[in-house]
Design a protein around this ligand. Sequence first.
Ligand code: LCS
Length: 394
Amino acid sequence: MSYNKNLQFGSKCVHSGMSEYEFGPVVPPIYQTSTFKFESAEHGAALFKGEADGYIYTRMKNPTIEAMENAIAELEGGHKALGCASGMSAISTVFISLLQSGDHVVCSKSVYGPTLTLLQTIMSKFGVESTFVDTDVEGAIEKAIKTNTKIVYVETPANPMITITDLEAASRIAHKNGALVVVDNTFMSPALQQPFKFGVDVVLHSMTKFLNGHADVVAGIIVVKDEDMYMKMRKTLNQHGGVIDPFNSFLVHRGLKTLSIRMQRHCENSQLIAEYLLNHPKVKWVRYPGLKSHPNYEVGLKQHSAPGGMISFELKGGFKAGEVLMNSVKLCTLAVSLGGVETLIQHPASMTHLSMGAEARMDAGITEGLVRLSVGIENVKDIIDDLEQALSKS
Ligand code: LCS
């Protein structure tokens, strides 16, 4: 661990989270077991009392899961991490751990649809109130904060509007008012953005996306800065049970090894595709953090090292033209999710952000014609050729 701290990020991706295991494997073994044998009755009792260190039951702790958690904590520059069954499990664990009846949350208007729905329809049942604001607009968070605000929840870049929130400013304002800042870093991954550097308190991810990177796992992670916060989250996760399993942890840990080079290629491809779309006569607008026309371009330069792999755009022909485009692509796959090696295209208004409802979508700027592209690592010429042939039909 201490040796790893001096390594460059790409090297950390390859080596982080490794421990010494029996027989000397170079990757963590999959401990596919629900429970662990105690050496004696006294040993079992000591483990439960916390007087001995070891493993009891996989919902509580498992060496394969722990290895992946340690790797991600190290990549994010955090204290410890908690592997969850999905990104939504990570988000609900954070809310349940930190909020109680009478508390208030300020949340980005443009967020993954089910995050907004979770706050609006489930957390509200338990007396937690939420206000959704354009966290990328200067002054918006401060205006929305109340005396009972406990969390400022930010996605940046946001799904699907790709808006960028100034993390340093958000942290300053939240802390001044006694609230914590929770950041969903899914769109960037720690390869491009490390929110703890800007004063953020909790970082979480849908690992289903770039961290795993191969569209074959659903998983989430929470990264925290200190032991108190870790214990708070660990207790919640143990009780509500939304933990990741050893095999998925193994797959994510394997995916992490190529995170740095995958993100590099996602960014290179996306920049060229965003510029191609920007200059296409059928395209009305394009939103990508690497374009100077992005309204928060300067904020982006301050807090991420490259612009990422997600592009949103709208065609001049609106939804109808977008529909033809999505039905005409051949290499790009018409599917939700993002962050995998393959290019995916989807329609937020009828798919990922349907659950928000039309009013909240309109308020967040998610138009009926918006199309979202998760740019893969294929050869960029092939992706552009595919978009070109599909755009010629729309
Ligand atoms: N946070 C962000 C930014 C997301 O994009 C998603 C899923 C989640 C959290 C939830 O993660 P999950 O539980 O699915 O692992 N986003 C999706 C999307 O845009 N299309 O399909 C899923």
